[in-house]
Design a protein around this ligand. Structure first.
Ligand code: C5P
Length: 298
């Protein structure tokens, strides 16, 4: 089984004050973009679960039982089958930046849920997989769903959003990742009363009409100040992107990846060339969104 799964950006991310369970209530709009990880899954002996990872940054991801894709495989085996009668050998080719604020770990968990449920011929429908996904991480249900969606709760309660057309993004991928819990902790220190959980209607209108110029003006992220506080260079990256013609700039999720919205493909090529030349980031990638969520490709 081979599954392709996209990265996400948050077009808006409102964060409320921390709850007793340590999580923050969110109001967000996710968009899945054309930067994919690929996971393959093959039968292995009963009770044998393993994972190998390839690509940039994988040395920072443990390929053991703590790996989110391994936890996903074990969870789906336990709930829908019998863990001691099932086994899987997984391999992940990573293109989504590790600890980049683009749900790379969640994407791998989503891919493992889908690949294993098909490989083992388990009777799990998409809604059941999304429920299992929410147990693994707040972004896993969206990695399964893809497209563009409103997320509330921890970001795991999803409603698809109708959008028109494709948006062109340029991503500036930073040298080192940022830890999501640390960014949320800094957010708590900087914003003890929480941010703004209101869903901006201008954003929904811009998505419905496919108006990139309007969308560029609505991009907002309550975690940006915390991410910039931990990594001050991000401020300069955002400013440079705007100076070089982006319609809007945003820290993606908990960062440090920055996403720039462009008018069209030509503008995205021009911006990516400029950003690469300035050396503002480790890597610059051009992507489009929305794209579908985790999908079987063989
Ligand atoms: O759910 P996930 O494991 O992806 O979340 C990683 C961390 O991000 C959590 O441990 C928590 O610190 C933080 N988080 C949060 N509120 C959310 C989602 C994530 O505080 N809604």
């Amino acid at each position: 089984m081979r599954v392709r799964v996209p990265a996400k950006i948050n077009l808006t991310l409102g964060v409320g004050p921390v709850a007793e369970d340590g999580y923050h209530p969110l109001t967000t709009v996710f968009q899945a973009v054309s930067l994919h990880d690929e996971l393959t899954a093959q039968w292995d002996e009963p009770g044998a679960f393993s994972i190998a990872m390839w690509g940039e940054g994988v040395d920072q991801v443990a390929a053991d039982d703590s790996n989110l894709a391994m936890r996903a495989a074990r969870l789906v085996a336990e709930r829908f089958g019998a863990e001691d009668q099932l086994g899987v050998r997984m391999s992940v080719k990573k293109s989504i930046p590790v600890a980049g604020g683009m749900a790379g770990g969640s994407a791998n968990a989503a891919a493992a849920l889908l690949a294993c449920s098909v490989l083992w011929d388990l009777d799990a429908d998409p809604e059941e997989l999304r429920e299992l996904g929410a147990e693994l991480g707040a972004d896993v249900p969206f990695s399964l769903m893809g497209g563009t969606a409103i997320g509330t709760g921890r970001g795991d309660k999803l409603v698809p959003v109708l959008t028109r057309g494709q948006h062109h993004w340029v991503l500036a991928v930073a040298e080192d990742g940022l830890s999501t819990p640390k960014v949320f902790a800094r957010f708590d220190e900087l914003t003890p009363d929480g941010g703004d959980l209101e869903m901006p209607t201008e954003l929904m209108n811009a998505l419905a009409s496919g108006d990139s110029v309007a969308l560029g003006k609505c991009l907002r992220n309550d975690l940006a100040a915390a991410a910039i506080d931990l990594r001050p260079r991000l401020q300069q990256t955002l400013e440079e992107g705007m100076e070089f013609g982006a319609l809007g700039a945003i820290v993606s999720g908990s960062g440090p990846t920055c996403a720039f919205l462009c008018r069209n493909e030509e503008a995205a090529v021009a911006l990516s060339v400029r950003l690469s030349a300035e050396g503002v980031a480790r890597a610059v990638r051009r992507v489009q969104g929305p794209v579908p969520g985790a999908r079987l490709i063989s």
